[in-house]
Design a protein around this ligand. Structure first.
Ligand SMILES: Nc1ncnc2c1ncn2[C@@H]1O[C@H](COP(=O)(O)OP(=O)(O)O)[C@@H](O)[C@H]1O
Ligand SMILES: [Mg+2]
Length: 369
């Protein structure tokens, strides 16, 4: 899929903006703080209904009460007009001028893979950052994942509340608690299986990508749930989860919360068998995350039948000239990518020949010919 046109109204530092993109490489060039990241952020918001770097109210232009992001998306022969209106009262979503009330009916109209300098947190930050990443990616490729995950969250909340009731009131209905646990287990099995499948697929691609864009170390990702499954077969998992909850009933009762489940999942990246979080240089960590994001591309394509759009924010920093060229060569022309940078002085002219180069100067964008 490609985004052909973007229209911003009172979004961040753009009062009004109309922008056309080409179907392959687009490069936004400009000094710091002119609004390059804001463009990528607007596309991210249009795709995912939110920005990974902030809450909605910061997206409105200072002093304004409303902002709009609109885009024209083409997938094969299908043209979709997407629109999101942000205001202090909340947000409104539209597809082809029709209001959409459920986020799950909107997501996946525009699929994006975002690489940003904050992504270093995927390695350095808390497990919740990694879980959010998996959720965001799996929600784009599977509506069932998104709805199951929402159901899981509701059940988890109810089960936690009920654990607190059971703690203080010993005559509370234990049957109801068992029913809740069984229902939760079914949702958990699905989430675990999808995440496992996804991480296995990343492993299939990531090693070669890392070699292509960086160096010949072996990069692997490891899924790390907070309990051990003998297999990811539904029956085995059901048995394991039932016995975990049974054995830890008193512990969970004392804590007043569910201690085992996909809400405690994590994953780690290993370079030549060593944990990147502990042993990796900043450059290796960044290249590993970039490889992870690029590994998502073929997975998205397999699952949705179309390539996602790559949004690469400030991707050249920390890559020397040689690696910048390797990256552009790797990405190629058969995917739409939108990249921001302060300069392209290290990039080979032949790689820039086909690129749509857009010059950004504080809130204004011009096409460079
Ligand atoms: N809500 C907002 N309203 C108006 N301007 C904003 C808002 N948020 C950020 N900005 C401005 O946007 C600019 C930063 O944009 P950004 O896209 O991060 O720059 P860069 O080109 O470095 O990526 C700054 O000048 C900042 O003042
Ligand atoms: Mg920026």
């Amino acid at each position: 899929m490609v985004i052909k046109h973007l229209n911003l109204i009172q979004f961040r530092n753009y009062k009004r903006l109309q922008l056309d993109f080409s179907d392959s490489l687009n490069i936004l060039i400009g000094e710091n703080a002119v609004g390059k990241t804001n463009i990528l952020e607007a596309i991210e918001v249009l795709a995912l209904t939110k920005s990974h770097r902030t809450n909605d109210s910061n997206l409105l232009m200072y002093t304004k009460n409303i902002a709009k992001v609109k885009g024209k998306i083409i997938t094969g022969k299908i043209i979709k007009k997407l629109e999101i209106e942000l205001s202090k009262e909340g947000k409104k979503l539209k597809i082809n001028n029709t209001s959409i009330s459920k986020v799950s009916d909107y997501i996946s109209s525009l699929n994006v893979i975002v690489f940003s300098p904050d992504d270093i947190e995927i390695i350095k930050g808390s497990p919740s950052i990694r879980r959010n990443l998996l959720n965001m990616e799996l929600s784009q490729i599977s509506k069932t994942y998104l709805t199951t995950y929402n159901q899981f969250n509701k059940l988890l909340k109810t089960r936690n509340e009920y654990l607190k009731i059971l703690y203080t009131n010993h005559i509370a209905d234990k049957n109801y608690f068992q029913i809740l646990t069984d229902k939760l287990i079914e949702k958990e099995i699905f989430i675990y299986q999808k995440r496992k499948e996804y991480i296995d697929a990343i492993n299939f691609y990531i090693e070669n990508i890392f070699k292509d864009i960086h160096s010949s170390f072996s990069l692997q990702i490891q899924y790390e749930p907070n309990l051990i499954f003998s297999s990811y077969q539904t029956e085995d998992m059901r048995e394991t989860l039932r016995s975990i909850y049974e054995k830890n009933y008193n512990k969970e009762l004392n804590y007043g919360m569910t201690l085992y489940g996909p809400h405690r999942d994590d994953f780690s990246l290993y370079l030549d068998g060593k944990d990147l979080k502990i042993y990796g240089s900043q450059g290796q960590q960044k290249a590993a995350i970039l490889s992870y994001k690029l590994a998502c591309v073929p997975i998205f394509e397999e699952q949705t039948g179309t390539k996602p759009i790559l949004l690469l924010d400030d991707v050249f920093s920390e890559l020397d000239g040689k690696k910048q060229n390797k990256l552009l060569k790797y990405i190629g022309n058969d995917i739409q990518s939108i990249l921001t940078t302060t300069d392209v002085k290290n990039v080979r002219k032949s790689l820039l020949k086909e690129a749509n180069i857009l010059k950004v100067t504080s809130g204004i964008i011009e096409r460079k010919i």
